[in-house]
Design a protein around this ligand. Structure first.
Ligand SMILES: CC(=O)N[C@H](C=O)[C@@H](O)[C@H](O)[C@H](O)CO
Ligand SMILES: CC(=O)C(=O)O
Length: 320
């Protein structure tokens, strides 16, 4: 059984998968990427090969190599490296789970299969159980993202009795806006020491109120520092500061959502903010436009959330 050694908590960056202009994975920048997260963003845990990492658009061989590179580069620098091993094929998912254990990742996460779908809780649990069993020593997290998988089984229902079926079950990554469902997951399992990781970055403060123990998200790659300030304010019960930080983050996310925001745009923003080239996404995604990047840059500057912002760029929106 998985040792509930260290609980996954705080901010977890959902890593982007850097690519070269001709669409191959650019392994050479992953070391710099780790240092950037730790030193510039104060983010010490990562979630690899998920939505943001285009995990489902990579081959199994690529997913293995990407996972290996993050684990290797993150050694002695990162707290935890969780690998998303979800796939449509149970066999592939098991292979990836086993591999994650071999390379000594800190945990695995799985989304619901989304083409031929499980239609009820028991079938979904059976699938997850088979994957978890391929890595019996690794903490297992269910990754709930109904808008993308189309599997709308409520997390609260799924969690009911799950540890009896999946002894390594250790928590939930909840990427949905249904705070009734999320709150009931926390309420019903509080005593079990599960990790409740929220995945809608622009609403994290509401999830903290509901008992989230951490968060996994794409924007922590470049808004990690700002979000950490929100977490600190929340810890200190300084709710008005926490709300100011959340609103600041929301102003940015709301702005880019209106322009069209997803993995491609996250790659462009991360390249801009960190200076580390993330490259284009892989088809079926398309590279963000130059216009998007220019607009996002101007917005980040006006909000004063980034190191590159100079005082002259401040305006009334600036978040302090
Ligand atoms: C659908 C998706 O990619 N969700 C991410 C994590 O689950 C989030 O980090 C979002 O990118 C973020 O909340 C912005 O909407
Ligand atoms: C956001 C997230 O958790 C993912 O990219 O999978």
């Amino acid at each position: 059984m998985a040792s509930p050694k260290k609980k996954l908590q705080g901010l977890v960056a959902a890593t982007l998968t850097p690519m070269t202009e001709n669409g191959e994975i650019n392994f050479s920048v992953i070391g710099r990427y780790v240092d950037y997260l730790v030193e510039e963003q104060g983010v010490k845990s990562i979630f690899v090969n998920g939505t943001t990492g285009e995990g489902l658009s990579l081959s199994i061989a690529e997913r293995r190599r990407v996972a290996e590179e993050w684990v290797t580069r993150g050694r002695n620098k990162l707290d935890q490296v969780v690998i998303h091993v979800g796939a449509l094929s149970l066999k592939e998912s098991q292979e990836l789970a086993k591999h994650a254990a071999e390379i000594r990742a800190d945990g695995i996460a799985v989304i619901a299969p989304f083409f031929l779908k499980p239609w009820n809780k028991d079938v979904l649990t059976d699938f997850l159980k088979e994957v978890a069993a391929a890595a019996p020593a690794l903490p297992f997290y269910y990754y709930h993202i109904p808008a993308l998988t189309g599997v709308k089984i409520r997390a609260e229902e799924l969690l009911d009795g799950i540890q009896e079926k999946i002894p390594t079950f250790q928590g939930l990554k909840f990427s949905d806006t249904d705070l009734l469902d999320f709150g009931q997951c926390v309420d019903q399992h509080r005593q079990r020491q599960f990790a409740f990781l929220f995945g809608v970055d622009e609403q994290l403060l509401s999830a903290l109120v509901m008992g989230a123990t951490g968060a996994v998200g794409s924007t922590y790659n470049y808004l990690g520092k700002k979000t950490n300030q929100m977490l600190e304010a929340f810890e200190k019960k300084d709710f008005s500061s926490a709300l100011n930080y959340q609103f600041c983050i929301q102003r940015f996310i709301n702005f880019v959502v209106k322009l069209g925001f997803g993995v491609s745009q996250n790659k462009a923003i991360m390249t801009l903010v960190s200076g580390i080239p993330m490259g284009p996404p892989r088809l079926p995604l398309q590279k963000a436009s130059r216009e998007f990047t220019d607009n996002a840059e101007a917005k980040l500057k006006s909000l004063d959330v980034l190191p590159f912002t100079s005082l002259e760029d401040r305006d009334v929106e600036a978040c302090s």
